[in-house]
Design a protein around this ligand. Structure first.
Ligand SMILES: [Zn+2]
Length: 114
């Protein structure tokens, strides 16, 4: 995930050594700021509370950065929508294939404005 929540409740980007809270589950997240992968936040306990989460890639991040910050990784129930436009439509960025069941599950969750 691109954003964590600091002690002041602000949305922050990862910086080396930083710890924050997950915007979805409020669990502790650690900044992952290496030289290979895109800088991101990862749950300190491992895994991800969003069962639809996928590794943050340069491709994924680049598309998220097209929209204003408040429209990226927007909480929708127990999932983080990649992008939500100003009219409330969800845009999920998918570089790899998804099964029909997974697509239907996301459509059912996000509704007709996906
Ligand atoms: Zn979480």
């Amino acid at each position: 995930m691109l954003y964590g929540i600091n002690d002041e409740g602000e949305t922050i980007e990862p910086t080396p050594g930083d710890i924050a809270r997950c915007p979805l589950c409020a669990g502790a997240v650690r900044a992952r700021c290496g030289q290979v992968n895109v800088w991101h936040w990862a749950h300190a306990q491992g895994g991800d509370c969003d069962s639809w989460a996928e590794p943050e890639t340069r491709w994924h991040r680049a598309y998220k950065l097209i929209v204003p910050r408040q429209q990226r990784e927007v909480r929708r129930g127990n999932h983080r929508a990649d992008m939500v436009n100003r009219h409330g439509a969800v845009l999920e960025l998918q570089h790899s294939s998804l099964s029909v069941d997974d697509i239907e599950a996301r459509e059912a969750h996000y509704g007709p404005k996906m």
